[in-house]
Design a protein around this ligand. Structure first.
Ligand code: FES
Length: 106
């Protein structure tokens, strides 16, 4: 497992997202109601960045391209056209800094 620094916790406001990691396998980190979530940035339906669109107060995010919605907590696809979930990643908060834990690539 590798730990990637995201940002200082106070640098991310409620309702905001930030994209981190390798561009080919980017991760979107969201903050909603003070809670942090990390998911694949690329939509499971197509080539859209999930960090670039609507974060809802109900803990879901809507894809900018075809409006599929995903659960921020589980990554589950909640409506068409997406049918596959987004991968989720553990978040670590250490001394006010946000990190995401990702599997090592062999
Ligand atoms: Fe996200 Fe189509 S690319 S719903």
């Amino acid at each position: 497992m590798a730990r990637i620094f995201v940002c200082q916790d106070n640098a991310l406001s409620d309702g905001e997202a930030i994209r981190v990691g390798d561009p080919s396998a980017a991760i979107a980190v969201f903050k909603v109601n003070g809670e942090l979530f990390a998911l694949n940035d690329r939509c499971s339906h197509g080539n859209a960045s999930m960090s670039q669109w609507y974060i809802e107060d109900d803990g879901t995010v809507e894809c900018p391209l075809h409006a599929a919605r995903f659960c921020l907590k589980t990554g589950a696809a909640l409506c068409q056209p997406a049918t596959e979930p987004l991968k989720t990643f553990p978040i670590a908060l250490v001394d006010g800094a946000v990190y995401v834990d990702v599997p090592e690539v062999a």
